[in-house]
Write a protein that binds this ligand. Structure first.
Ligand SMILES: [Zn+2]
Length: 192
């Protein structure tokens, strides 16, 4: 696991020896969000808390012990190191953040909803539904009804749509791009 930065640190003994045990180690992250920010990290390469709840529990026990005497703090772990970074897990190796908190430290909770306008979110979802329904009705109109109630997609459309599926947007013709731009226009007024 040379490519894992946490495994590399553990292999190189770059952790706090006094708080390490046979299951977890602790060290400061490369970019602490506040002074005193500590990571509790499993000794073995476990991708996240859900992959090994027992080790996750031992890591949490360590984090809770470290939190004693800190006063206000966040103890946080995230699951999901996929490309979309939905849960903001940046290193796919089980770790728990212990983050001391102070008034005016400027940190928001990671699950703050301040930037999300729920009305806008629902308006966008409604547009998405309308787009889907529009596409479905177009597709249905191009298909041949079958005796069993099914719809048959004509071969030439299968070929055409497959080519569209396989073509990245920047390689489409201007005419083909026009129909995608038309869809963007549905959102454009809302997000401007
Ligand atoms: Zn690792």
């Amino acid at each position: 696991m040379d490519e894992c930065p946490f495994c590399a640190r553990i292999t190189a003994d770059q952790f706090a020896p006094l708080t390490a045990d046979s299951h977890v180690v602790t060290f400061a992250p490369l970019n602490p969000v506040v002074p005193g920010h500590i990571l509790v990290v499993s000794r073995t390469h476990i991708i996240n808390a859900a992959a090994d709840p027992i080790t996750a529990g031992m890591a949490m026990q360590k984090a809770a012990n470290l939190a004693r005497g800190l006063g206000s703090c966040n103890i946080i772990t995230s699951i999901g190191a996929e490309a979309t970074q939905t849960a903001t897990q940046t290193v796919p190796h089980l770790h728990i953040h212990v983050v001391p908190r102070r008034m005016g430290d400027g940190l928001a909770l990671p699950w703050t909803t301040e930037q999300v306008d729920p009305t806008l979110y629902e308006q966008l979802a409604a547009i998405e539904h309308a787009r889907w329904a529009h596409w479905q009705s177009y597709m249905h109109s191009k298909c041949a009804p079958q005796p069993d109630g099914g719809l048959l997609i004509p071969a030439e459309l299968v070929t055409h749509w497959q080519r569209m599926i396989d073509t990245p947007y920047d390689q489409l013709t201007e005419q083909e791009k026009a129909s995608d731009r038309e869809q963007v226009d549905r959102y454009w007024g809302l997000i401007q």
